[in-house]
Design a protein around this ligand. Structure first.
Ligand SMILES: [Zn+2]
Length: 347
C-alpha cells in the first residue's frame, strides 16, 4: 500500500492526462498536510501548496488517479503562473494566448493589473470607468479561465514606492508562482515602467525573511520573464521563448472583445484612426477588432520567425500567425533552456 492509499476505493474522477513535465518523474505520493508526511517529486512540486489531497502517478506516469480530493488536487502538480500588467487588458494582450494554453494543460494562471484603469478613456468619469473595467476584466478572466486581480492604484499614477513594493512582495509570496511575466522597464507608459520596476524590486526580496516578515518568504526566487514590446533602447526584446498561440487565437480575441471601453472606445479614439468605424452592434465588433488589431497581434510572430522555426521546425514555425514572445529577466531564477521551455506552453 502506498502512503497515499485512500479510504475511498473508487476514484471519483476519471484518469487525467498529466503534463509532459511530470512524465519523467517517479511514482509520486502526497499525503494530507496535517499528517506532515510529504514526498517531494522530482518535478519540483511545491508541497507547501498541497492541502487536503493526495494522488498517485500510475500507468507509466502518463495518468493520474485522484484517490481523494476535497479540492481539485490536480492543480497542485501544475505550474503556477503570475502575469503582472499595468492596466486591465495588458496581461490579456501580451499573454492571453499563453494563458489559454496554460489553462488547457491544467496550470494555474493569475493576472494582476497594478492599476484600476480609471484614466483610460476620453469621456467616462474615473469612478464609472473603474467599475466598467473591473467588469470587463472579470468577463475576460472567465473567457480565459484565469483569476484576475485589479489593484486599487489609480491609472496613470502608479509609482515605485516602498509601500507598493512591499504589497507586491506579499502578493507574490502568497501566490508562490513558478513564473512571473511583466513589462520591460523601458516601456512607453509610466505605469508599465513602474510595474516593471516594482516587479524587479520585489524579485529576490521575496526570499528575504526579514523583508515583510508577516508573510512567509519563498524558498526560491521565481523565474521572471518580460512581455513583448517593440522598444529598441537600450535594447530590443530578445525572444528567449516564443509560443505559437494560433490554436487559441479565437479565445484570445474573445478575451480582448470583453474590454469594450478600451478597444471600441478609448483606443479607437487615442491610438487608432476611424473611431466612427467601430460598429455599434456588439455582434459585429469582434470582426472589427480582428481587422483593426490583427496586424498588431501578428507582430511577435513576424519579429521572431527564426526563433519560431527553431522551436517548432521550419514547417510549423514558418506558418505561425499569432505568437507571444518573452525575454528572461536576470533578476529572477535562471532556468536552463529546457526548464524555461517547460514553463511555457510550447507543445
Ligand atoms: Zn497598459
Amino acid at each position: 500500500m502506498a502512503v497515499g492509499q485512500s479510504r475511498r476505493t473508487q476514484p471519483r474522477k476519471p484518469l487525467i492526462k498529466l503534463p509532459r513535465a511530470l512524465l519523467a518523474t517517479e511514482d509520486l505520493y502526497i499525503v494530507p498536510q496535517e499528517k506532515k508526511r510529504f514526498t517531494r517529486a522530482r518535478s519540483g512540486i511545491d508541497t507547501r501548496l498541497v492541502k487536503r489531497c493526495w494522488f498517485k502517478v500510475i500507468n507509466g506516469y502518463h495518468s493520474c488517479h485522484i484517490l481523494e480530493d476535497e479540492v481539485p488536487c490536480i492543480q497542485f502538480i501544475m505550474k503556477n503562473i503570475l502575469v503582472i500588467g499595468a492596466h486591465p487588458d495588458d496581461c490579456d494582450i501580451f499573454a492571453g494566448g499563453c494563458a489559454a494554453l496554460w489553462r488547457k494543460r491544467g496550470d494555474e494562471v493569475t493576472f494582476i493589473s497594478m492599476t484600476n484603469g480609471n484614466a483610460g478613456h476620453h469621456q467616462a468619469a474615473p469612478a464609472e470607468l473603474e467599475r466598467r473595467r473591473r467588469q470587463e476584466a472579470a468577463k475576460a478572466a472567465e473567457v480565459l479561465g484565469v483569476r484576475y486581480e485589479i489593484l486599487d492604484n489609480d491609472d496613470g499614477r502608479l509609482v515605485a514606492s516602498l509601500e507598493n513594493r512591499e504589497d507586491l512582495i506579499r502578493r507574490i509570496r502568497e501566490l508562490a508562482p513558478d513564473l512571473i511575466l511583466t513589462h520591460r522597464p523601458n516601456d512607453y507608459h509610466p505605469d508599465h515602467r513602474y510595474t516593471a520596476t516594482l516587479v524587479q524590486d520585489a524579485a529576490y526580496m521575496v526570499t528575504v525573511p526579514l523583508a515583510c516578515p508577516g508573510t512567509p518568504h519563498l524558498a526560491t526566487n521565481p523565474v521572471i520573464a518580460y512581455l513583448f514590446d517593440e522598444f529598441t533602447r537600450p535594447t530590443p526584446l530578445r525572444a528567449d521563448v516564443v509560443v505559437d498561440v494560433d490554436s487559441v487565437a479565437e479565445v484570445k480575441w474573445k478575451a480582448l472583445d470583453c474590454h469594450e471601453s478600451q478597444f471600441y472606445e478609448w483606443l479607437a479614439y487615442n491610438m487608432r484612426p476611424g473611431e466612427n468605424s467601430v460598429p455599434a452592434e456588439p455582434g459585429q465588433r469582434l470582426e472589427w477588432l480582428k481587422n483593426t488589431w490583427g496586424e498588431f497581434l501578428e507582430r511577435p510572430a513576424r519579429a521572431f520567425r527564426k526563433e519560431l522555426c527553431t522551436t517548432y521546425g521550419e514547417g510549423r514555425g514558418g506558418s505561425v500567425v499569432f505568437a507571444e514572445a518573452f525575454e528572461l529577466c536576470e533578476f529572477g531564477s535562471q532556468p536552463t533552456a529546457e526548464e524555461l521551455r517547460a514553463l511555457f506552453p510550447v507543445e
